[in-house]
Design a protein around this ligand. Sequence first.
Ligand code: NAD
Length: 261
Amino acid sequence: MTLKTRTALVTGSTSGIGLAIARAFAAEGANIVLNGFGKPEEIEEARTGIETEFGVRALYSGADMSKPNEIGAMVRDAQECFGSVDVLVNNAGIQFVSPIEEFPAEKWEQIIAINLSSAFHAMHAVIPGMKARGWGRIINTASAHSLVASPFKSAYVAAKHGIAGLTKTAALELAPHKVTVNCISPGYVWTPLVEAQIPDTMKARNLTKEQVIEEVMLKAQPTKEFVTVDQVAALAVFLCSDAASQITGANLTMDGGWTAQ
Ligand code: NAD
């Protein structure tokens, strides 16, 4: 158990990749702070499931990642409850697909706030504690879109490129303090976020659902397979291990070869 006695806060962990990472950390013995939206009964089921399955404690915060004051309050609550936040995963994210000239300005602002600025605000809040304790792990869920672009995803691609830059800067600042900062850049992972963007992509490109899956999504991935949430979670666990202590400032792809092209 690599994370026993540690506390891990995973933003956007009521679903998809974040939930898989939270559960994988709990399996390694970490106490968990879950965050995200969803049906209260389903969130409570996920929270209690983590506690009973893995014998750790799990706190839920409904903080909205587009609101800096709520992010600060979430970190303070976590620190009060568990004493520290040792691992931060900035994972909350949303998508919106549209040509730039039709892209609603408020959607742009919302994506930049949730997919990029929230990571800054959460880091701002956890870094003093990590420095004081001389240990920490910050993992940002970026995307293949932190390295390459696709049309109609301007805000998402801009935010993910921003996350990659923020990761490098934080890694340099924190290197002397035994705090590593990395991003994981998945290709297409089968989650509710991916499923939800199929209708808009069908509209934007005039394609059927099957065509979007085969000609847009998996077209980019030479392996022709979706990444799984458990594969992303396993890499996040590895990044928290001692074996990964010299990996910092890295942008680790898990994209079936997409960005090798
Ligand atoms: P998802 O929709 O399953 O999960 C997103 C999570 O973020 C949910 O828990 C949701 O409640 C939460 N969230 C959304 N807005 C929020 C807000 N304002 N405040 C707090 N929480 C909020 O999506 P996912 O596919 O698991 O995506 C997770 C991350 O992985 C995102 O950053 C996404 O960009 C990234 N990613 C996903 C893929 C993919 O193919 N699924 C690929 C690359 C990167």
